[in-house]
Design a protein around this ligand. Structure first.
Ligand code: PDD
Length: 286
């Protein structure tokens, strides 16, 4: 089925949507993005994604070319036009078409490019991987130093995923200075008893919207939260490990760099947290 996508004010069939070859997103990776999940036709954690988008743009000195009201309307319109029940909305805003290639930013009068499209994922709430768990490898974190900004510069995370695939695994835990930063497209956690351990927020990791929501819900459910970095070895010896992200929610990690975590099967804490997250996020969905 041909999707309807959104480009700079127009709803178009995906085959007709165009962006200039001089767009800075294409030439320079000069663009930010958000991925918002959709369950039962409703947007999850939308306010968080909207706020992080504003922060990413501001950190890069970009103005948002679309109003908050219009952006929400486009999300909803695309979900409706494409009949999305469960799935994702991808949003990208670049610094726009500079009319040529130059390292220097174009004049602020050049409008940013706004692109949105949907992806249908019928089993988004309980995919097979959420029941079997995923296997991760350790991978050097060689990304740039502003991982708190959600830019489209995703080549290293893609290389990490490919290395994981080559090793017969699903994903990677990035490692910097001997400790885990985050997953290649997720935040990383370990569980010891009733305690959930995850790296504190800084420029070293993306400030996950799912992370923020989950930590709030976990505290309410009487889990203890410890925000500190952990090593690969600690993850291998933990009771459980898991990752969070808008497209994965809470995903159990059952193997870290060749070693089983806990029993080697998804643990009860990750399962409970996934249930809690899905319940609460569904209640708050718009
Ligand atoms: N990735 N860390 C990184 C490096 C990420 O790319 C993501 C999300 C997260 C989790 O953030 P959130 O909970 O706000 O989705 C953490 C998205 C889903 C992606 O690139 O597809």
């Amino acid at each position: 089925m041909t999707r309807t996508v959104y480009v700079n004010g127009d709803y178009l069939p995906e085959t007709e949507a165009k962006v200039s070859i001089f767009d800075r997103g294409f030439l320079m990776g000069d663009a930010v993005y958000e991925v918002t999940s959709v369950l039962d036709g409703k947007l999850l954690d939308y306010a968080g994604h909207e706020a992080r988008l504003a922060r990413s743009l501001s950190e890069l000195g970009m103005t948002n070319p679309i109003s908050a009201e219009d952006l929400l309307a486009v999300h909803r319109e695309l979900v409706a036009k494409n009949g999305i029940v469960n799935g994702l909305v991808y949003l990208q805003i670049s610094r726009g078409n500079a009319g040529d290639r130059s390292f220097v930013f174009p004049d602020a009068s050049v409008p940013g490019t706004v692109v949105l499209f949907t992806q249908a994922v019928p089993d988004l709430d309980w995919p097979t991987a959420s029941k079997t768990g995923i296997k991760v490898i350790a991978f050097d974190d060689l990304r740039w130093g502003r991982r708190d900004i959600k830019t489209v510069q995703l080549l290293w995370p893609s290389m990490a995923k490919m290395a994981a695939k080559k090793a017969g695994c699903d994903d990677a835990f990035f490692v910097m200075d001997g400790v885990v930063t985050e997953g290649s497209s997720s935040n990383a956690y370990i569980v010891k008893g009733n305690k959930i351990i995850t790296r504190p927020l800084s420029n070293d990791i993306l400030h996950g919207i799912t992370r923020a929501a989950l930590l709030t819900y976990a505290k309410e459910a009487q889990f203890e939260i410890e925000e500190r970095a952990f090593t690969i070895e600690e993850a291998q010896n933990a009771d459980e490990a898991f990752v969070t992200g808008a497209s994965t929610f809470v995903m159990p990690v059952v193997q870290v760099d060749g070693q089983p975590v806990g029993t080697g099967a998804p643990g009860t804490v990750a399962k409970r947290l996934r249930e809690i997250y899905l319940d609460e996020a569904r209640k708050a969905a718009i």
